[in-house]
Every structure is written in structure tokens, then in C-alpha cells.
Design a protein around this ligand. Structure first.
Ligand SMILES: *[C@@H]1O[C@H](CO)[C@@H](O)[C@H](O)[C@H]1NC(C)=O
Ligand SMILES: *[C@@H]1O[C@H](CO)[C@@H](O)[C@H](O)[C@H]1NC(C)=O
Ligand SMILES: *[C@@H]1O[C@H](CO)[C@@H](O)[C@H](O)[C@H]1NC(C)=O
Ligand SMILES: *[C@@H]1O[C@H](CO)[C@@H](O)[C@H](O)[C@H]1NC(C)=O
Length: 436
């Protein structure tokens, strides 16, 4: 009895200290003391969302993190004894009270122009590179980088280096080879080789279709690429995908329907994006595509431009009971958002931001009363399963400890962990020099 009391007091001390130091800390700051590395971190008292492949209710579990992974989702009645035993065995353990807060998987963004994009209005309109601090603010722990309109003055080698850099800074990264146009640009001289030999390459894209900036590939040219995606995917143990950028041209996805009808290539090798952003005709195609078993990516609405079409499309598809598992959400961050009039003249110019996916999730829950477990799937489990991203998309045993802790009232991010580390802006950004 006495011993139990003592343990309780010691633990209260731990929790109390962490709790106090967490209050008032800004969104993504790690708790004190964050500058040590702990053998074990335990998030106690939170409600865990996204713990299963299926959309299911959250569960009250404590999350035990070790070595970058989720060691277990622990029944809260066992946690005190567990912490005690770790302390007895001299393992450094950091319990963090996240009482009444929401724990969700870190977000996956399949469409980020990590080295910038754009340039549609000449050299001065090139958009800037991504910044880690902005990606963190968007709750992103997994990022797939890509080139866009410009496959000449932006290179895949620069993109690959950037993705490796972001990985070193704590995120998990992949990339698409190619750009808008054909013949596609590659790292090794062939798309199939890129896919098979370079781990970070998941496929090619964003290859533009039905867009005035597209190189208007013929059916046979497309077929060649899609078949390379299939075979290269098989040989590399990846899915192997062409990520198609859709413009607002009247031809929509006609060529892809023809390829599907005339060949035996499965639909999963064609991954369509911007499907909610080009008007009703393309949204209808998205519906048909999903019903045919295909995967669509929606570009998150831009706050700055007051866009609403993606949230509206998601609400509509949900009402119509379409399989939401076949939809992902991405930010198009650092890509340019040029608007053209009917004569092709540029009328406005903007840039995607990496928090737009997270803001869309917040809006679905706070404004349209979606369950959080339902809203997060578009940036967690759906892309993770579709693109076969190992260890991603769930807060579950043996998965990577990619975790966001959210304030349950306004869903703002309190902590962001990636592979068990608290994400923070690297100090050299502030001081002009590298950390050791
Ligand atoms: C860690 O941070 C605390 C509080 O900011 C500080 O007192 C301590 O000296 C730091 N330790 C190291 C090793 O940097
Ligand atoms: C492809 O097949 C579907 C279903 O059989 C049909 O509805 C559609 O018109 C065909 N599309 C093309 C482009 O051949
Ligand atoms: C977006 O809406 C706000 C508030 O209604 C308005 O002030 C702003 O001009 C709008 N922005 C655009 C790009 O339409
Ligand atoms: C959560 O957000 C609400 C509203 O913004 C705020 O009043 C509250 O203090 C926050 N809670 C925590 C634990 O940060």
C-alpha cells in the first residue's frame, strides 16, 4: 500500500511536470525536455483515431513509442505499472499527458512540389522550395515530391536530393519521376529503371492530360508508360503508378477509358489528380472512375482563393455513398495556381500551401460534422494502402510513430511526431548554420 502510494506520487510528479510545461506551448513545440532522446515516450490519456484500416470509433489507449515505432496501444489501467517498471530498469522514459486530446496518424501528402514549381508567367513566377516548418504546420509526416509544368529548369536530381534532405530532417519521403510532359524526364534514362532501381520513386507524374500545358500524349504513348508502370511496379515490389494531372479540357479521361476497355491493364496503375477542381463534368468522371474501382486524388481547397469545390465534392460523394476509401486528398503545395481566361490569357497567379489538406479535414469535422475518423482517411490510411507505404497510415502496433496530437476543441496541432521524434524546425534555419 505504502509503495503503491509512493509510486503514485512519483508518477504524479512526472505527469504534473509535463502537463504544466505543455500548457501554453505553441502548436508544434515538443514538450520539455525535448532535447534528450528517450528510449520510450508514452502519450497518456488521449483518444486514438485511425487505429484500424476501417473507419471505426476512436479508442481510449495510451500510446507507447520506442525506436521510432509504436510499441503498443496500452490499456490505460496498465500504464502506470509499465512506466514504473521502465524506470526501475533505468530506461529513460518520457510520459506526456495528452488528457482528453485526440491522437491521429501523421498526414500523408502525395502531391508536393518540394523544390517549387510554376513559372507559367516567366522566370520570376517560379514558386519557392518547401520549408520543413511549413510542412510540419500542415501536419505532414510523409511527403511525396514531384515536378510539374517545368521539367527543364527543375530537375529530378534536385528533387531526389530534396526528398533525401527532408528524410534526414525527420519526415518520410517518396517521389514521382517525370513531369507534365512526354517524353518523360527520368533520373536514369528510363522510367522503368527509375521505378525499379530508385527506392523513393513510386511511379511517374504528374503527367498532364486534357490540359493546355500537356504534351497531349497519344493513346499508344500512354499505354507504353502505363505498361512500364505495371511491370516496373512488379519488379520493384511497389504498386507502380502513373499519377495523372487532369486539366479542364473536354477530352477529360477519355484516353484512359479506352485503354481500360481495350487492354487488360488493371485500373490501379492510373491515379488521377485534381479531379474535384475542374468542374462538374470531371467530377462525374471521378464518380465513374471510383465506381470502376479506380483511385482519385482531390486537391485540397485553397483558403486564400476561397475555394470550396473539394469539400463540396467530398460531402456529395459521401451522401451518395461512394466508396470513400478510393479517394485521397493532397495539397499541391508549392505548385503554382495560375488561372487562365477562355483565350488562354493568365488572369491570376497563386501558390498551394502545405496545410490545405489538414484545413480541409478540420473543415469537414468542425463545419460539416464529419466524424474525425472518417475525415482523416483521405490523408492517412487511403494513400498508405493504395501506394503500399510500409508502416504508414495508422496509429497501431508496429507502425511508424508518425503521430499528431490535436486539441479536441479546435483540432489545432499540439504535437507532431515523425518516426518517434518531435518535429521541430532545424536550428540552422534560425542561426544560419547546421546542427551537429
Ligand atoms: C535541454 O533543455 C533544458 C531546458 O531548455 C536545458 O536546461 C538543458 O541544458 C538542455 N540540455 C542539453 C543537453 O542541451
Ligand atoms: C468503355 O467501356 C464502358 C463499359 O463497358 C463503356 O460504358 C464505355 O463507353 C467505354 N468507353 C470507351 C471510351 O470505349
Ligand atoms: C475571399 O473571401 C474574403 C472574405 O469574404 C474576401 O475578403 C477575399 O477578397 C476573398 N478572396 C478571393 C481571392 O476571392
Ligand atoms: C484547445 O483549444 C481551445 C480553443 O481554442 C482552448 O481554449 C484550449 O485552451 C485548448 N486546450 C489545450 C489543452 O490546448
Amino acid at each position: 500500500m505504502n509503495i503503491l502510494c509512493l509510486v503514485a506520487i512519483i508518477l504524479l510528479g512526472y505527469f504534473g511536470q509535463d502537463f504544466i510545461s505543455n500548457v501554453g506551448s505553441s502548436s508544434t513545440q515538443a514538450p520539455f525536455p525535448f532535447n534528450e532522446s528517450y528510449a520510450i515516450i508514452v502519450l497518456t490519456g488521449g483518444l486514438v483515431f485511425g487505429h484500424s484500416e476501417y473507419v471505426t470509433k476512436p479508442i481510449r489507449k495510451d500510446v507507447v513509442i520506442s525506436n521510432g515505432k509504436i510499441l503498443s496501444l496500452m490499456d490505460p489501467s496498465r500504464t502506470l505499472a509499465f512506466i514504473k517498471s521502465m524506470q526501475t530498469s533505468q530506461l529513460s522514459i518520457l510520459p506526456i499527458s495528452v488528457q482528453e486530446q485526440y491522437i491521429i496518424p501523421g498526414l500523408i501528402d502525395v502531391h508536393v512540389h518540394a523544390i517549387g514549381g510554376g513559372g507559367e508567367q516567366g522566370p520570376y513566377s517560379r514558386t519557392p522550395e518547401s520549408r520543413l516548418s511549413e510542412l510540419i504546420q500542415g501536419g505532414l509526416t510523409t511527403v511525396v515530391g514531384l515536378l510539374g509544368t517545368d521539367g527543364v529548369s527543375r530537375s529530378l536530381s534536385a528533387l531526389l536530393q530534396k526528398m533525401k534532405g527532408l528524410e534526414r530532417e525527420g519526415l518520410s519521403t517518396w517521389m514521382w519521376t517525370g513531369s507534365y510532359r512526354i517524353p518523360i524526364v527520368t533520373l536514369t534514362s528510363s522510367f522503368e529503371q527509375d521505378l525499379i532501381l530508385i527506392d523513393k520513386v513510386l511511379g511517374a507524374g504528374e503527367l498532364a492530360l486534357s490540359d493546355h500545358r500537356s504534351s497531349w500524349p497519344s493513346k499508344s504513348e500512354l499505354l507504353q508508360l502505363i505498361s512500364d508502370a505495371r511491370v516496373g511496379g512488379m519488379l520493384s515490389g511497389k504498386l507502380g503508378v502513373i499519377h495523372f494531372h487532369l486539366g479542364s479540357g473536354a477530352s477529360k479521361i477519355d484516353l484512359l477509358w479506352q485503354i481500360l476497355n481495350e487492354t487488360t491493364i488493371p485500373i490501379q496503375h492510373m491515379y488521377l489528380t485534381h479531379m474535384s477542381s475542374r468542374g462538374d463534368a470531371l467530377i462525374e468522371e471521378a464518380k465513374k472512375w471510383i465506381r470502376a474501382g479506380g483511385m482519385c486524388d482531390f486537391t485540397a481547397d485553397s483558403d486564400v482563393l476561397n475555394e470550396t469545390e473539394t469539400v463540396e465534392t467530398l460531402n456529395k460523394f459521401r451522401t451518395e455513398k461512394l466508396p470513400l476509401k478510393q479517394i485521397t486528398l493532397s495539397s499541391d503545395a508549392y505548385g503554382s495556381f495560375p488561372e487562365f481566361d477562355s483565350t488562354g490569357r493568365l488572369v491570376s497567379y497563386g501558390m498551394g500551401l502545405p496545410d490545405s489538406g489538414f484545413k480541409t479535414i478540420q473543415k469537414l469535422v468542425l463545419k460539416y460534422s464529419w466524424q474525425l475518423e472518417e475525415a482523416i482517411q483521405f490523408q492517412t490510411i487511403n494513400p498508405a494502402i493504395y501506394l503500399k507505404l510500409p508502416g504508414k497510415g495508422l496509429v497501431a502496433k508496429d507502425y511508424d510513430a508518425d503521430i499528431l496530437v490535436l486539441n479536441k476543441t479546435d483540432l489545432s496541432i499540439r504535437y507532431a511526431l515523425s518516426k518517434g521524434q518531435f518535429l521541430k524546425t532545424p536550428t540552422w534555419v534560425k542561426h544560419g548554420m547546421f546542427e551537429k
